[in-house]
Design a protein around this ligand. Structure first.
Ligand code: FMN
Length: 140
């Protein structure tokens, strides 16, 4: 299955996760949002959107909404990066800002990010294990 990995990263953690996934997933291509135009996206079976969280907003939620007419035909994974753990109310609130019809169709993961010296050692390839297992499941 052809996989597009689309990421936006200001501080570097999301880029690191996107690159690790690109290394781990056969037939995958890595894009920034402006490179992944409609004609490109159409070629893929799986689309992984990787985004940091800033002040309670998942930065690529707008991209996800805008591209949903194309993405809804595909397996979509949203990988969100941030300091706040996934079960925290703040993380849940950020995720809930994505429209319900989209939330129902995507697979969501939140993994630890870092910010300067905060959470310095938290960004690890092992954090992607559940994501990679989910993707393997899609292919089988
Ligand atoms: C201004 C600012 C606001 C942030 N707000 C949140 C937040 O609301 N929730 C969260 O989980 N992390 C938050 N973080 C942490 C970032 O999500 C974390 O640093 C992550 O690694 C950012 O991704 P990036 O390294 O790819 O830019 C914030 C960081 C900054 C700099």
């Amino acid at each position: 299955m052809r996989t597009a990995i689309i990421y936006r990263s200001f501080l570097g953690s999301t880029r690191k996760y996107a690159e690790w996934m690109h290394d781990s997933i056969e037939s995958s291509d890595l894009f920034k949002p402006r490179q992944a135009r409609d004609k490109k996206l159409i070629e893929y079976d799986i689309v992984i959107i990787c985004s940091g969280t800033y002040a309670g907003w998942i930065s690529l939620r707008g991209y996800l909404k805008k591209k949903w007419p194309i993405l809804q035909e595909k397996k979509v994974i949203l990988l969100v990066v941030g300091l706040v753990p996934p079960e925290d109310a703040e993380s849940v609130a950020a995720y809930m800002k994505i429209p319900e019809n989209i939330r129902q169709e995507i697979q969501y993961f939140k993994v630890p990010g870092r910010w300067g010296s905060r959470n310095r050692d938290a960004v690890k390839k092992e954090n992607l294990q559940p994501v990679l297992e989910y993707i393997q499941g899609l292919a089988s």
